[in-house]
Design a protein around this ligand. Sequence first.
Ligand code: PRX
Length: 661
Amino acid sequence: MSGSEDKITSLLSEGRVFDPPEEGRDQAWIKSMDQYRELYQRSMDDPEGFWAERAEELVTWDRKWDKVLEWDFTKPEIKWFEGGKLNVSYNCLDRHLTDGRRNKAAIIWQGEPEEDVKVYTYQMLHTEVCRFANVLKKKGVKKGDRVSIYLPMIPELAIALLACARIGAMHSVVFAGFSAVALQSRIQDCQAKVLITADAVLRAGKTIPLKPNADQALEDAPSVESCIVVQRAGNEVSMQEGRDSWWHEEIAADDITSECEPEIMDAEDTLFILYTSGSTGKPKGVVHTTGGYLTYAMHTCQWVFDLKDNDVYWCTADIGWITGHSYILYGPLGLGATSLMFEGVPSYPGPDRFWKIVEKFRVNIFYTAPTVIRALMREGEEPIKRWDLSSLRILGSVGEPINPEAWMWYYVNIGKSKLPIVDTWWQTETGGILISPLPYATPLKPGSATFPLPGVDAAIYTEEGKEAAPNEGGHLVIRKPWPGMLRGVFGDPERFKKTYFSRFENIYDPEDGARKDEEGYFWIMGRLDDVINVSGHRLGTAEIESALVSHPAVAEAAVVGMPHPVKGQAIYAYVTLTAAAQESDELLAELRQHVRKEIGPIATPEVIQWAPGLPKTRSGKIMRRILRKIAANDFGDFGDTSTLADPSVVDHLVEGKKKLG
Ligand code: PRX
């Protein structure tokens, strides 16, 4: 919990409250705190009734469920809508062809070059998805097979996911910023049959080849029979005969039609796997299912963003992360909304790119991350003033705690001191938002995610498993299941149980610290485990450490998070070299490069400090608490160090840090 004490003090002094806007309230899905409280109470008194109503209202079922919920977190076993049958792509596409939305924009795609814009109506998207689903079938993909997807933010990414959903294949998206090594281990873990990738990624004016990473990953991924390549940049790529083919050629083949019957799935069939980092070991394949996940993504998208038919809704995340899955694709398209998808970055060609897009498409709802806000804050207000942001009605934040300073900047400059900000707390594992304001109901406190949504039984527990007193920090826990929660860790039921259900009995443990103030507002403090949140992305210390140790010069490594003004946290690595290796600036650069190669650029250490020794207990456990303090230049009080095997190691590291500055 590095720096969390400071965070708590700063948040405790935060006394401002901002009321929800009057304008728009009458038309809102949730109009007042009274209505929220009533819904919340109902959802706690009769969860099954509450969720059955939502599932009925939002989703088109081929067959209604026999039982709403079956659960026991001690096993753990969670089943929603058992016996229910549906298809997610049918819900996101087909039904909108007959409900008046056929010619409505489903996806507005803004490419990295300004002139690259594509608009897909529901009809057009349906056609593309059916065609690509037929391509997958032709490649032998069947219900239950896995398809790995390694693509930039181009329309084919959305089409590929929906095509998998259409034929009942599980998609596993790997963020295109991850390395070949990271891609390979994810493909190997889920034993994908097909890989979908592109020639290159366009990023900040540059063409970054992607296919070579795919080729390298496939060197040892025997489960993959076919690799389908989207032509994005037109750069030279090598294609392996018999394995690789071009997307545009595949969908244009004579035998590929625009009709593809959706596969009828059981509510509890897996929709997708998405890998995320944990404290130990390799990333986990988080498993999400069909009926519950779709219901939950749609439900939260509708209430939290007050999403209506005429809105242009923009979530700036990448579909490589859960935020993009739930809030670019499944939530909005399930609701028949218009979802904007952007290929580029906020800073290119200038720091006003986002605001230019808001004006260009008259965006109404804008959902981004605190790291983006902090980066844009540094550019001042001038880039904002150039563009008309008056179409905006709701702002959102996700990925990490938003500091009150960034919150206020967002509120005043983008929200013109009148738009609600929904600070949404959730995780890859939760499938959708669990704690968040409702934009026309909740009075806001900057830096607080406010209250649990209806249906979410959130509480703060002490180490002993008792409810914490107001303002007492503790473990954030969820005591009842919700339809969007993960159903497992792919191929590893033991890990599923141990990671999420072992700290407290019959309770879901998200591994986040939080407190609840006297008015019941939740203040999230951050991860309690050894996960570092870099720019809203989760990285496990164990992963980065094993990447470092895989370099021949490294004997041992310990990685911690350090406070960073834009990224929230950055990676600080302590490295012990082997006897044969020499400390040098060249080696530092090489180690950085090595981590990029093993995991990806987001895992690059900000600082590497040479550590002749690491502070370990006599039983050999590294005391990260001390390392976090040194990384943060906090040398005052290291707490109890009596169990250290060699306390002089600490003085050594402090000296080293002082030299680094
Ligand atoms: O620590 C919490 C933080 O991000 C973690 C989840 O990361 P990931 O699975 O990558 O999903 C990110 C997008 C949902 C959480 O355990 N986190 C996410 N949103 C917030 C947050 N911390 C504070 N406030 C938030 N709004």
